[in-house]
Design a protein around this ligand. Structure first.
Ligand code: 5GP
Length: 210
């Protein structure tokens, strides 16, 4: 069977718990590679350069753009965010499923470049949960929280272009759903045409009794 790596985009409202979901997914299953983005936003408390993000100045980021070293990039709430190309391509070649946790403009650019990309959207169980999770994070001012909630409303409009949604209510179940949605892509007929053809020709040999 074809185990070529799958490219997966996970998007969802700020504060919906994507980061925790990704962390658990990669801890639980060893074959996922989580892409680390470059950004011009300032690190939050506890974030480490090269772990959550590669933190860059605007000049450094614009050099990455000019040298075509990003698969996609977008501006979100006044900062640049982008996906480094080398890591994603290397990991997919090695057969790992690569997960990008990015926002919608970037997601749609990735889908254009790599049409087989699986687009997943993480939803909160309800709006109240989302707002209280954002406040609970404690690392952002009310202004930033409002700008993120406003952006969330905008993003909900593009969700029709995604393939599946996951309602992040019970974290443990969400991780399993995420894993099985990705896993199912490996079994798509159009990803396995070579394998199917091989079985067909082997069966033909049996049918002829050779
Ligand atoms: P945060 O500042 O909360 O870490 O991220 C803000 C938004 O930027 C999130 O929706 C996150 O998914 C998105 N994001 C993170 N990395 C990238 C990236 O490389 N490209 C794009 N387009 N969006 C990203």
């Amino acid at each position: 069977m074809n185990r070529k790596g799958i490219l997966v985009v996970v998007s969802g409202f700020s504060g919906v718990g994507k980061g925790t979901l990704m962390k658990l997914l990669t801890e639980r299953y060893g074959h996922y590679a989580l892409s680390i983005s470059a950004t011009t936003r300032t690190p939050r408390e506890g974030e480490v350069d090269g772990r959550e993000y590669f933190f860059k100045s605007r000049d450094e980021f614009e050099t990455l753009i000019a040298e075509d070293r990003l698969i996609e990039y977008a501006e979100y709430c006044g900062n640049y965010y982008g996906t480094p190309r080398d890591y994603v391509e290397d990991q997919m070649e090695q057969g790992r499923d690569v997960v990008l946790e990015i926002e919608i403009q970037g997601a749609l650019k990735v889908k254009q470049k790599y049409p087989e990309t699986l687009l997943l959207f993480v939803m909160p169980p309800d709006a109240e949960t989302l707002a209280s999770r954002l406040r609970g994070r404690g690392s952002e001012t009310e202004d930033v929280i409002h700008s993120r909630l406003a952006r969330a409303v905008q993003e909900a409009e593009g969700v029709e272009q995604y393939d599946y949604m996951i309602i992040n209510d019970v974290l443990d179940e969400s991780v399993e759903k995420l894993h099985y949605l990705i896993e199912s892509q490996h079994y798509k007929i159009n990803r396995n045409l070579d394998f199917i053809e091989q079985i067909r020709s082997e069966v033909r040999v049996f049918a002829k009794g050779e």
